[in-house]
Design a protein around this ligand. Structure first.
Ligand code: ATP
Ligand code: MG
Length: 785
């Protein structure tokens, strides 16, 4: 194949081209951020199609987010132009597994119209089981059990396979409760997220004929962000690729950030063992970022141990250094970033204007988003929150979704429980209990239980009438859905051609809008809209607006089921909007993306690295956080700004913070330290400072004596009980300690103490209460004298 017949090959370097052209056999592309892994993968799909090696539906490509999958689809389309019919199976592990599971649901005892539970439902269900098992939920919370079960599912362990000490977790009842949870899900005809993969792996393992069918079907398998696959995903891939071994995985061990969800970097190492003779390709040129940004990121990640180790270089020399700035509190940080974003948009400071669409704020924890949302709403700066389940988490949306779920599958007991008495139908706890007992004793779903209760006349008066109406409505809506889309009742056996399958979760051009009308009808007939119309609280109008928006969102889908799946799977705010907006998202959600201008707020110990990572203490968890920091910096193309705040309100509580240890680890030569103007009544530090500003103690003392500091300290009501260092505002990026023997210092955990010795950036401190400790100078602050 010449480059003429394949113009997409021209934009690749030699190594990328090798990765694209090595079509047969296992290929592992292992390379750092921004080296064009995803680009090579996309070209590989184009090449497979263009050379006629595979028809579109014979290619299975797995990406990590729906956003990434969508982008890849678009890019393949653009590379090939028109002329190729159909599209590869391109999606996340979850979305591909939903498709597969719907076809073969009966093999694991489910019906093809199973419901996908969200975390809330999962927790509610587990609570019930914990209660039924006579365990004190206060001591043994459902969330903990949910975590355990998820962990097992990520490792592809069914209840029977959980063994040894682990099975005895959760008050010796772990695996037992796991088993009853799975049984309960089956009766509910429901799955949780982890099940999507687990069930498909189980099907592949127990039905070789089904596995063979797909091994033949998917001739070529491609995986992006391979470093973040967990054991279940790995097994799934290995099973599918075993026959032809045409599997190409691309990844970067330095960007492995899902260890907490069971991802195993070890999968990268296992690849060569499981697929002997694999072609391994390394890429070293970074095409994304300018020099200082790449150098800062590389310097930081070098602190991690046990890396596979890679050198990265960029042809984009020079550019801006990574900017670093400290703020008094989170609100101040948000205010400053808003101004900077607007300044960049206007192109002040001699730079070209940068559209808001090309700017992103990447946060460690989603609670950080609120300060930005509040600020941006106030000043009218358009923003979008990406990957946030926010809209779909709202009460009225969840209620409405429960009605839709019931209409799609009336046996969805969790949805039934949620709305049976919303709006009020005079059904108190007692009445609901009667229904539950009737259902349980007869092995029925709640809706059938309710019918039984009505038949037996166990309820009377208004409540009975209302319940009857509720049940009749449900069944009528359900019938309408069945009449409208016989496809959902189709069995797997009838599905002989994968190509004709409508994309279950996909966004399809909607020509038939009957499901939208049905949705409106459901919300009206159930009395739900009326309930909010009669509500006199200030939130009610907003809730009605949201319901309208929900119905509007439905227009994008072929049917209610597709919509429910979409919501369950992605929670991804991906409206096609024309207005320019700055993006706010989590660092996890930003994987694989790139932006010319990136803000990284909240670099404080306890937030980033997270308190949890620090408490666990293990090097491993802090290293994972460091990889996340590396992912963050490497998203930036031209300008990267890191910031921290001395005080932060977290869930209503003021907390004082120390700058992140990662800040100390940034190579000073690639960092510019900024001082927020006006923080000390007109720039006590002299405004912008390009070198570590605070190098002697006298200067630090000045900070504490400066009117600005005093004012700020007094202004802080609950926080700031302890003296904080200049370090809270200014970074000592030199890596040298400037403490002297005999200095009094303060440490967040050990309290007050005296410096006994120092070497480089390390100190020996004799603490008044905690005794002698050896620690980094960065972790103590001078005590006020
Ligand atoms: P990450 O590890 O962050 O996922 P990646 O390795 O997947 O990064 P890509 O997103 O594929 O990197 O590429 C980074 C940027 O470099 C993109 O803008 C891409 O278009 C560009 N790029 C990749 N390869 C080349 C090339 N050979 N020539 C010019 N630009 C390239
Ligand atoms: Mg990528």
């Amino acid at each position: 194949m010449t480059a003429r017949g394949a113009p997409y090959l021209e934009g690749l370097n030699t190594e990328q081209r090798a990765a694209v052209e090595a079509l047969d056999g296992p290929v592992l592309m292992l390379a750092g951020a921004g080296t064009g892994k995803t680009r090579a993968l996309t070209c590989r799909i184009a090449h497979l199609l263009n050379t006629g090696r595979a028809r579109p539906n014979e290619i299975l490509a797995v990406t990590f987010t729906n956003k990434a999958a969508r982008e890849m689809k678009e890019r393949v389309g653009a590379l090939l132009g028109t002329g190729i019919e159909g599209m590869p199976w391109l999606g996340t592990f979850h979305s591909v597994c939903v498709k597969l599971l719907r076809r073969h649901a009966e093999l694991v005892g489910l019906k093809s119209n199973f419901t996908i539970l969200d975390t809330d439902d999962q927790i509610r269900l587990l609570k019930q089981l914990i209660l039924a098992a006579d365990i004190d939920e206060k001591r043994w919370p459902a969330r903990q059990l949910a975590g355990l079960i998820d962990g097992w599912k990520n490792r592809a362990l069914t209840p029977e396979k959980v063994s040894g000490r682990e099975a005895a977790d959760f008050n010796h009842r772990g695996s037992e409760l796991y088993a009853s949870y799975q049984a309960r899900l089956k009766t509910l005809n429901a799955v949780d997220f982890g099940d999507l993969l687990l069930h498909v792996v189980t099907i592949f393992q127990t039905h070789p004929d089904v596995l063979e069918q797909y091994q033949r079907w998917f001739k070529y398998i491609l995986v992006d962000e391979y470093q973040d696959t967990n054991v279940a995903q790995y097994l799934w891939l290995r099973l599918l690729a075993q026959g032809h071994r045409n599997i190409c995985c691309v990844g970067d061990d330095d960007q492995s950030i899902y260890g907490w969800r069971g991802a195993e970097v070890g999968n990268i190492l296992r690849f060569e063992k499981d697929f002997p003779g694999a072609t391994v390709i390394r890429l070293e040129q970074n095409y994304r970022s300018t020099e200082h940004i790449l150098a800062a990121a590389s310097g930081l990640i070098a602190e991690n141990s046990g890396r596979l180790g890679k050198e990265l270089w960029t042809a984009a020399e020079g550019g801006d250094k990574v900017r670093l700035i400290g703020h008094w509190d989170g609100e101040e940080e948000a205010r400053w970033i808003g101004e900077e974003a607007e300044a960049a948009q206007r192109g002040t400071r001699g730079n070209d204007p940068v559209s808001l669409n090309d700017q992103a704020i990447l946060v460690r924890a989603s609670h950080q988003m609120r300060a930005f949302e509040d600020r941006f709403l106030t000043i009218g700066l358009p923003y979008r929150v990406i990957g946030g389940p926010r809209f779909y988490e709202r009460l009225e949306i969840r209620d409405a979704m429960a009605y839709f779920r019931l209409a799609v599958s009336p046996e969805d007991d969790l949805a039934f429980e949620r709305v049976v008495n919303t709006p009020k139908r005079g059904l108190g706890d007692k009445a609901v209990q009667k229904i539950q007992i009737a259902a349980r004793e007869n092995g029925l779903s709640l809706v059938e239980g309710a019918r039984l209760v009505l038949q037996e006349g166990a309820l009377s008066g208004k409540a009975a009438g209302q319940l009857r109406l509720f049940v009749e409505n449900l069944l009528r809506w359900h019938q309408e859905i069945r009449d409208a889309s016989p496809a959902t009742a189709r069995t797997a056996a009838e599905d002989d051609d994968l190509l004709i399958e409508p994309e279950p979760g996909g966004v399809a051009p909607a020509n038939d809008l009957s499901h939208v009308r049905l949705a409106e009808q459901i919300l009206e007939e159930s009395g739900y809209v009326q309930m909010w119309q009669n509500d006199k609280t200030p939130e009610a109008p907003g809730r009605l607006e949201n319901l309208k928006e929900l119905v509007k969102a439905l227009e994008q889908f072929e049917n209610l089921q597709g919509f429910l799946e979409h919501v369950a799977l992605i929670m991804d705010n991906d409206k096609q909007e024309t207005e320019e907006k700055i993006s706010i998202m989590t660092l996890h959600g930003a994987k694989g993306l790139e932006f010319p201008v990136v803000f990284l707020p909240g670099w404080e110990d306890g937030l980033f690295p997270s308190q949890r990572a620090m408490d666990e203490g293990g090097l491993k968890s802090v290293e994972e956080e460091r990889r996340l920091a590396y992912v963050g910096i490497t998203r930036a193309e031209r300008l990267c700004t890191i910031s921290f705040a001395g005080n932060r309100r977290v869930y209503g509580q003021w907390q004082s913070q120390m700058p992140s240890r990662f800040i100390d680890e940034l190579p000073a030569a690639h960092v510019d330290v900024l001082t927020p103007p006006g923080l000390y009544g007109g720039g006590g530090f002299g405004g912008l400072s390009s070198s570590p500003a605070m190098e002697d103690r006298a200067a630090r003392a000045d900070v504490y004596n400066s009117p600005g500091w005093r004012r700020l300290q007094q202004a802080s009501t609950r926080g700031a009980a302890q003296p904080r260092a200049a370090r809270n505002m200014i970074i000592d990026a030199s890596g040298e300690s400037d403490f002297e023997i005999g200095d009094r210092v303060f440490h967040k955990k050990f309290g007050y103490g005296e410096v006994m010795g120092s070497e480089g950036d390390k100190l020996v401190v004799e603490f008044d209460k905690a005794g002698e400790k050896h620690l980094l100078a960065g972790f103590v602050v001078p005590a006020e004298s």
